[in-house]
Design a protein around this ligand. Sequence first.
Ligand code: MCN
Ligand code: CUM
Length: 788
Amino acid sequence: MIQCKTSKEIGGMGHSLKRKEDARFIQGKGRYVDDVKLPGMLYMDIVRSPYAYAKIKNINIDEAMKVPGVVAVVTGRDLEKYNLHWMPTLMSDTQMVLPTDTVMYQAQEVAAVIATSKYAARDGREAVRVEYEPMKPVIDPYKSLDPDAPVLRTDKEGKKDNHIWNWKVGDKQKTDDVFAKAEVVVKEQMHIPRIHVASIETCGCVADYDKVNNHLTMYMTTQAPHAIRTVIALVAGHVGLTEEKIRVISPDIGGGFGGKVPVYPGYVIAIAVSFLVGKPVKWIEDRSENLQADSFARDYHITAEMAGTKDGKILATRFKVLADHGYTDASANPSKFPTGMFSIATGSYDYDATYMECDAVYTNKPPGGVAYRCSFRVTEAVHAIERITDRFALEIGKDPAELRLQNFIKKEDFPWKSPTGWIYDSGDYHKGLLKAMDTVDYHQLRAEQAEKRKRGELMGIGLSTFTEVVGAGPSKDFDILGIKMFDSAEIRVHPTGKAIARFGTKSQGQGHETTYAQIIAEELGIPAENIQIEEGDTDTAPYGLGTYASRSTPTAGAAAAVASRKLRDKARKIAAYLLEVSEDDLEWEPGKFFVKGAPEKSKTIQEIVFASYTNHPPGMEAGFEATHYYDPPNLTFPSGAYICVVDIDKETGAIHVRRFVAIDDCGNIINPMIVQGQVHGGLTQGIAPAMYEELIYDEAGNILNGTFMDYLVPTAVESPKWETGHTVTPSPHHPIGAKGVGESPTVGAPPAIANAIVDALSPYGITHLDIPITPFKVWKALKEKGAI
Ligand code: MCN
Ligand code: CUM
């Protein structure tokens, strides 16, 4: 009898396989877009606006054209001739590629300089003279709706104000009634700051248009190659660039975090120039451009309210949001959900009355809206519910852990329908929180805190027990620009039993080359090391919507499992033929089929695959390939219980994160080491907006922290020792019971930190501080309350 290798030996699910891709990453063998060098390639640099809002009176390119190496300067007027000066955003708004008359935010693209080297392009950029007539910008989103505020989007016919859309969900009447009668009502005004993803690699592309074959190859840093191909075809189809003539290749990506989902003007200009001059054009942003002009995240102003009883039962919540979208709504949300999944804001708690409303407005700031490890606005939702829950606990003098345990949805109540219509698939919130409390020794910490309070020392304990919603999504509700949000896997097994599998998603560092191989290994018994994973080439990969919103595991991961199972069904037929038994007489164990009751009669998957090319049953299609487009029946609902402990220096406001325990539940885990890595990175990106990061603008719309000197990205020095752990509540509808995890930590961490800091300061009457909570903010709040 052939002894099959164990799941661990073949690198199946649940094992901490070392990441296959790291061998090339750590040896400098990664191939990024800036490594693409093509014969005759030109370089592009971009002139950007110093003003937030100004009329362009004149663009003089004479001096720039004299710079040695400069071959062209492209303006909005040039693109206008080809009707390429506007493009759609992913939220069906419109956006200038290059302006013809007016600039709408500081650092906006104004003109592009094309040259034979990147240095000549930069020199040329410095020599372009633009004459502006500055206008008074709209920076404060609250003022953007004032009757006397200038209407910014004059390009939209008949537009009379700066309002973009109004969105609401929930039962207003019912919620208002509960609030009116409630024993306790708490309310806080919060701002979730505008922040920026600082991936190591900035954005960029090489547009390579081949005139002879009318074919465009677009190398670019995109998280969603297929969707981008479709968008390019929509924008440039009228000049003959139809979708079959476009190949998007997303090579290795040095971090995306959502910032590489949108379509930036730079891409479109590079394509236009390559199309016009017939040469490849490279455009790579520098760090400041990336920070100042690329898709921002968050910028939600939220009024959060909670109603409940004196003994701690949550009865209702109300959220009113003002969303500052900047110059255009360029969010990367599913079409039907302009606020993304914000409506998960009822949280992990069992109550049935809520009402949420959001107004989105235009201002003179860069566009964007969802990037930065956000799960489509779940960061904002979780911050609102977790902060207001702590506020409620503080109001009634109840321990916030006890209050949560009292209000959690019970594990036997899943699937659970939230008052905003989500069907939470599964969860065990009590187990997660109790594990986190046990890990930190919660009661001991509270005792220590009580002692310290007597001495006037500031120690705080903060909780965040959040529900995530990822895996967009079921096609009945989820699309982007009309394209349904399924995802795909195609598996080809070669005659010798080794495989290549391709996906519609695109890793930016998440480790897909390893984890997808593990799923297939587990399902088919082929060792993960013999399964090559490929993503990011639209000519070879099946159509998919890409990697963001922690959707890869819920969608493409599921597709990998289902495609593998299709192959296993075929394998069973072949095995039955080879062993001359009926299919029903066969049993599967990872790696082989054997005859029930006669285990010595068996065929390994390798033998079966070989037979599929050499000796397949008559009438059966040869070969061993399967494709699956997975349309999930529901989203997956990961959860987490985080506890943060801080010590604060009263005199300086300095905050020291003493401990941070994160217990995540992402269902069945494919690779524990990778999940832990995701959680470490995500937590660091959670502490970032909680304590450091915020894009700040003055009244004139100047960005005040447009470089890394002032925009504080936390490093290893600022990061506490993350203590991680997990509980496992498998998703009942996902083929391998997995839920996404990539964004959970960034979603869950900020309120845990904010709650800990406010908890430390609460004896002095402080009930809320907006993130990022800096030492100065703490010191100022203490000073105002007379504590120091
Ligand atoms: N995983 C697992 N078991 C699970 C769930 C996930 O082993 N139950 C593994 C997956 O196989 C995958 C990784 O964890 O290797 C993340 O999976 P998933 O949660 O499905 O998320 P995605 O792969 O779709 O990644 C997207 C997510 C997002 S939206 C942002 S933003 C983010 C994040 O991932 N950007 C990242 N993590 C990042 N990590 C790196 N290094 N770089 C980025 O740009
Ligand atoms: Cu919102 S950042 Mo991720 O979804 O790419």
